[in-house]
Design a protein around this ligand. Structure first.
Ligand code: MG
Length: 420
């Protein structure tokens, strides 16, 4: 028989057995190490399954494990790196458990006799634990993200298999969420992280105070090129040089349905750029699907615009991140619908003989709070990839259409010319 990973849930806590509010559950013989898995394989003649790694290349949202059991046993879903969620029955009681940073905690429990089905999945923000005794699925509990799921686990040991049946992985539409991160992307040069690494530490969310912007947009410096003064989109065009399809509102402009990415008519090199933006006040979606847009410097390097007020996403893809490369130092986001500002100092890269001799450099203040400080950009930024520099000169400032009605106002720019 192939080597199996045994999974035996043993309740050690007397309080838990007695039905009190204890929160520790102990697993014996559990191997949840990342190396322990590859695929699920049925073990011939036992009805059991070998638990191996199943690399889904990212998240397992909407992917749900189900089993039916008569006695004891359960399933787990691993987040890798020592984190997992589990739902199982022992001694007639179903337990939903989360594990993180060496701590196991009880999420929910219920007494259920006879045959019961257990279901465990991930919806993009929470692990969902459900059981069914009869026709209806009931929610046993949900727990916060314990790391981000890259791999599913499964059933455990053949000695539990006699009580179990119907193990399957199903796609549950109701749990389908938005991707939270990726594990199958290339490494970001100069960092230990991969592009959109879900395990990268999250920037702390702070209150940005009232440094900037104010309720009423200010006035630009006298030597600035005004790109939007609240009245017209004359400085902008669509990707083909035609009039932009974004909607002009009262002092702002807004990305509409399929209105396309827009850009400044003029090209710029090194600049100081001030731009104010607001996420949709009606919150829809999560992670990358919420209030997503972006400011592209030289038309290439994206400073992410996104609603990350109490909205987790992968750190290198949140508001004020250099998308796919560098999270902000802090998350200085304001609530949805409230005006926010970026003050950006961007130095264009320099090239000689087809090679980069001075990399692009960027400093960003988000709502007056420093989020990127003289950061050297390692190459061209993008979704799920890293690319080396290609020779380019000044480019359009682009605003991204990512399908969300993000608003902009008070946009001005100052070209950074060498000091004599
Ligand atoms: Mg974007």
């Amino acid at each position: 028989m192939t080597k199996t990973t045994f999974f035996t849930a043993v309740i050690l806590s007397l309080g838990l057995v007695a039905g009190q509010a204890a929160d520790k559950v102990h697993f014996e013989d559990a191997d949840f190490s990342r190396e322990g898995w590859s695929d699920f394989t049925e073990i011939p003649g036992t009805g059991g399954w070998e638990v191996k790694r199943r690399d889904l290349g990212g998240l397992v949202q909407g992917m749900v494990q189900e089993i039916s059991i008569e006695g004891s046993g359960g399933i787990f879903l691993s987040a890798g790196r020592g984190s997992y969620a589990s739902v199982f029955r022992s001694e007639g009681v179903i337990y939903a458990v989360r594990f993180r940073d060496g701590e196991r905690s009880l999420v929910g429990q219920a007494d259920v006799a006879d045959t019961v089905s257990l279901r465990l999945g991930f919806d993009g923000a929470f692990f969902i634990y459900e059981y069914r005794s009869g026709d209806e699925w009931s929610r046993l509990g949900k727990s916060d993200i314990i790391g981000v799921v890259s791999y599913t686990g499964g059933i455990s040991s053949p000695n539990r298999a006699s009580d179990m049946s119907g193990y399957r992985i199903v796609e549950l539409e109701s749990l389908k969420g938005v991707r939270f991160g990726y594990t199958n992307t290339p490494k970001i040069p100069g960092t230990p992280w991969v592009v959109h690494d879900p395990f990268r530490p999250q920037p702390h969310q702070i209150h940005p105070g009232t440094v900037a912007p104010s309720d009423v947009p200010g006035t630009p410096p006298s030597d600035a090129i005004v790109l939007f003064d609240g009245t017209n989109l004359d400085a902008w065009e669509d990707g083909k040089g035609n009039s932009p399809k974004w909607t002009l509102g009262d002092g702002y402009f807004e990305c509409g349905k399929k209105s396309g990415t827009i850009r400044t008519k003029q090209k710029f090199g090194s600049v100081q750029l001030h731009i104010e933006w607001a996420s949709p006040s009606e919150v829809k979606g999560s992670s990358q699907g919420r209030g997503n847009s972006g400011v592209f410097l030289a038309g290439i390097y994206e400073l992410q615009v996104q609603d990350n007020y109490d909205n987790l996403t992968y750190p290198d893809g949140q508001a004020s991140s250099l998308y796919g490369f560098r999270p902000p130092r802090v998350n200085a986001s304001r609530p949805p619908g409230v005006w926010q500002s970026y003050d950006i100092i961007f130095e264009i890269p320099e090239f000689a003989d087809g090679k980069v001799v001075k990399k692009a450099r960027i400093t960003v203040l988000h709502n007056g709070v420093l989020t990127q400080h003289g950061v050297e950009i390692p190459g061209i930024l993008g979704h799920k990839k890293t690319r080396p520099y290609r020779v380019h000169g000044p480019g359009h400032i682009q605003l991204q259409d990512h399908g969300n009605p993000v608003r902009y106002r008070n946009v001005w720019i100052r070209e950074l010319k060498p000091i004599q």
